[in-house]
Design a protein around this ligand. Sequence first.
Ligand code: ADP
Ligand code: ZN
Length: 744
Amino acid sequence: MQIVEVRVFSNVDKTLHYRVPPDLQIPAVGSLVKVPLMNRWDTGIVLSHTDQVDFDPAKLKNIHSAIFPEPVITRDLLKMVDWIANYYGHSAAQILDAMLPPTLRNPPKAKKIAMLQLTDAGKSLDIDSLPKSAKKQKALLIALRNTAKSVPKLDFLKGQNISTAIAKSLIEKAYLQETFIDSERLGYTDELATMDALKPKAFELSEEQREAVDSIVQAVRMQQFKPTLLHGVTGSGKTEVYVRAIQEILKNPTASALFLVPEVALAPQTVGTLRNRLESEGSKVVVWHSHLSEGERRDSWLKIARGETRIVVGARSAVFTPIQNLKLVVVDEEHEPAYKQDENPRYHGRDIAVYRAKLNNCCCILGSATPSLESLYNVKARKYEVIRLTKRVDDRELPKIHIVDMRLEFRKNKKEEILSQKLKDELQNRLERQEQSILFLNRRGFTKNLICRECGWVAMSPECSIPLTYHQFDHRLRCHISGYEAPAPRQCPECKSKNIHGEGFGTQKVETVVKALLPKARVMRIDTDTMSKKNRLREILADFRKGKIDILVGTQMIAKGLDFPNVTLVSLVNADQSLYMEDFRAAERTFQLLVQVSGRAGRGDRAGEVIIQTSTPHAAPIQFARHSDFDGFLEDEIELRREFNYPPFRHLIRHLIRGPNEDKVRYFAENWRKSLDEKNLDYLDIRGPIPAPIEKINSEYRYQIWYFTNQIIKTIEQLNTLRADFLWEKSITQVLDVDAINLR
Ligand code: ADP
Ligand code: ZN
């Protein structure tokens, strides 16, 4: 008798056995099957085959059918489910949910999908004329104005956290219209396919690149798990190393590769290069990203599962795609916080990629110009190998870095200036020489706050404990977390002074100042507004490449991986913001930011120059970055971490406890801590509770407890048991974040 062990979705923490009726082909491990459960039908995954069970087999029920003829999930992924669940403290159900596209389990009946777009009336409507209470309607209209012509209705509404009823009411008012198209015709993927098509250049690999490729190819041949850090300075040609290594590997007709990037939309050049170089008639690259519609997600998934494609490029969730015969895993920009998922399940894409490589006994490359301290430490501890690319390709030089002390500028000018004299002069020079410049602003510094110069009052969000952002154009205050907004007061609510002003400056302000300074320059701005329009970012970058723009102003989010040969000047306009975040990784982040931003300069024939404007020129990350002294920074920073026993020396689990009533949140957090103390968990170093750096978000108060440990799985298991036994009140939400990155 053929029996299969099945993990049923509605009850995944146990596995169940079923019999395969004689008229059915035995479904392979990893197949989706329809099975009876209690008195209804459910879906499950075949985990294993057997021919006996330790109870009366006559009690077994039959499986009904296989949903697809082939397996939809690979054996290594099945093995990963439990490990990920145990490590991050989630249920296996949550992990499986995160892995499998929902439409795989419940195939959509109709192939038509609803699209949403603004009508002419919706486009020209004065949004402020809607009643105050219509918050969500306004939000939807604004979101649609910021996107391409039409969007898939359900996905889009879900992404915006807006109900279909809101959309319906706007359709009834004729501000929106609904159309239906074939799910196949959504075509986001194709749009990305043509993104920034870079012509393959013919060049010889540098000696360092050659050695790197050889050593990777060698590691692949050995079929040994060997995580390797590819630490290559900016412009050292890391992408080319990946491309050549993958090309080598694809010579084996069944081998496949997984390539992770922090965010597909922010890596247009890398994704474009990979497609251009690796795609051929017979083998397509699958690009796996968050903009895929459910239909596309399902199609791509099946394509990968059937082995029709052997290269998957994508953001963190691509680590869960059913790639067979995995021979190489690449994690590009491995230091990026975007690899950590900030909602459940809170997994780290890079770490899971390493684990998956381990299960496959395959080579895993973590690449970066500014590796995370965790990875550098793993090299030090000899857990990882390292390959260094110390030189830029073509003997190009690393840019010269100037530090400008903005305090001296202030003393000279007696007022706050956004651009130092040095920066102004150099921008002028570049314009005359027809070279290009990029001005970066720190993302956190991109907002303006409303401040009273008499008493120091700052306009704060009533729902979240962060300052409101002041928008000059409509004289309103907005909260960038909860969306709260209100008109800005004309006088200080505290001291009644009229001396209140917007302070801080954003990309917009920098753009204005630069345009006034250099009226002939063609200046273009990239920020969150531009980013939300899908094609706009690509258009701007393409124009910049063609030389139609002289000066690009943007937040650092666009800093990664941009490669424009004619850029000879780069400035980080306000380097201080990230230094003073309440985060023990602040120095590391600042150093990475400075090095990455600097790396955008001097990538062509002409040398590059970097100007860093700061009020704290003596700060260690700034000094180390100035001399591109990676080892110096590492030693300095690792000593600090060792002193406090912070990661990478121990793991950090962050416990966030939140709720609408501050007294209750504190009470439960403190009582929980007390209950832990009574347990004498001596392998655990517990800190807190203390209020989180952002004490309030969306009208919920937030407290945090930190656990330091070297025994994650044991800790998580114990904390989860204790959490389940502890009497939390309904209004309290609490989550554990293993290896937390976002500490806000
Ligand atoms: P990194 O990712 O290390 O910062 P890139 O991979 O972006 O560097 O490469 C920088 C530029 O150098 C790219 O335009 C790439 O096409 C080019 N390049 C790479 N390898 C070579 C080489 N061996 N000779 C000349 N140019 C190269
Ligand atoms: Zn005041």
